[in-house]
Design a protein around this ligand. Structure first.
Ligand SMILES: NC(=O)c1ccc[n+]([C@@H]2O[C@H](COP(=O)([O-])OP(=O)(O)OC[C@H]3O[C@@H](n4cnc5c(N)ncnc54)[C@H](OP(=O)(O)O)[C@@H]3O)[C@@H](O)[C@H]2O)c1
Length: 285
């Protein structure tokens, strides 16, 4: 049995601790509001009186709280020498690197973990976790970390990368969801059922995801010229979407922002480039 400490027993921390317990590990827990530890203690976890004691109990110390400032403040009182801190607190990549720098300066190894599921999904074979940190640290704890999700991987030795990967997924998700919900507003305004639309448009919608690797390749190479489907062909379609939305009194702000981007790129001489050319706009250069 490996000893694991979990600091922070909110929705996520409690799920992480439960997964370690279910995996047969000795788990020590601490939470600012102590009663939140009760269900885990009932399942066999040991309650620490303070953070210092929680950190002393285990070599692997998992932190899951709201905000990296809180994570750092909590760890201040503890002796981190010889510990591995797995920080699963969300924030920016710079924050993750700052926690990593402070923790390693105090003699601990550091891993950052970005979990891509909600609490009930922790431990599921399909649950994705992006880890960042030194490979030997990750390998040392890999069997325990595997309990958090079947699709956990070390993505970089840079502890800031997992948060960037997480943001890239979420950013894509919000853009896609906004586009879909705008489309749903348009369809329902016309009295059409969205579910029925999806039945018919299934292949078109699935093709959107299969399109991403070619966009990724164009962006990575900085080569945007394409023989077909260039920005000049997107332009009239986006114009139609804005006009249809306007005619119906459906929101035009969302598709107009897309129209502005495409029009500008075309006006700047990129009419025959792929849609991926717009990454230059998002880069802010
Ligand atoms: N919930 C999810 O589905 C989910 C999914 C992916 C990632 N995450 C990430 O997991 C992390 C934890 O989220 P959560 O959903 O578990 O949040 P939560 O349910 O709101 O719980 C927040 C936790 O942080 C603790 N906390 C907040 N400020 C603190 C402070 N200043 N000092 C000490 N403890 C403090 C709380 O302690 P008290 O109990 O004493 O208030 C509690 O344990 C966040 O970074 C979140 O983004 C959550």
């Amino acid at each position: 049995m490996t000893e694991v400490t979990v600091i922070g027993l909110g929705e996520m921390g409690a799920a992480l601790a439960a997964a370690f317990l279910d995996g047969g590990h000795a788990v020590t827990v601490w939470n600012r509001t102590p009663e939140k530890a009760d269900p885990l203690v009932a399942k066999g976890a040991r309650r620490a009186d303070d953070v210092r004691g929680a950190v002393a109990a285990s070599e692997l110390v998992v932190v899951s709280v709201k905000g990296n400032d809180s994570a750092l403040a909590l760890l201040e009182s503890a002796d981190l020498d010889g510990r591995t801190v797995l920080n699963m607190t969300d924030g920016t990549s710079a924050e993750a690197r700052r926690v990593a720098a402070e923790v390693t300066a105090r003699g601990a190894a550091y891993l950052h973990g970005q979990i891509m599921t909600i609490a009930p999904g922790v431990g599921h074979p399909d649950a994705v976790v992006f880890f960042g940190g030194r490979a030997e640290v990750y390998e040392r704890h890999a069997p325990v970390l595997a309990l958090l999700g079947g699709r956990g991987t070390l993505v970089s030795d840079d502890p800031g990368v997992p948060t960037l990967y997480g943001m890239a997924v979420h950013g894509t998700m919000w853009g896609t969801l906004n586009g879909f919900l705008h489309a749903a507003a348009l369809l329902t305004d016309a009295g059409l059922e969205v579910e029925r639309f999806l039945e018919h448009a299934d292949a078109s919608m699935s093709a959107l995801v299969s399109f991403l690797p070619s966009l990724a390749q164009e962006v990575d190479r900085g080569e945007y010229a394409v023989p077909f489907g260039a920005l000049q062909h997107h332009l009239p379609s986006v114009e139609d979407l804005v006009r249809e939305s306007g005619d119906r009194g459906v929101d035009t702000e969302f598709p107009t922002s897309t129209l502005d981007l495409v029009r500008r790129a075309v006006a700047e001489g990129h009419a025959t480039d792929s849609y991926s050319r717009l990454v230059e706009h998002f880069r802010g250069r």
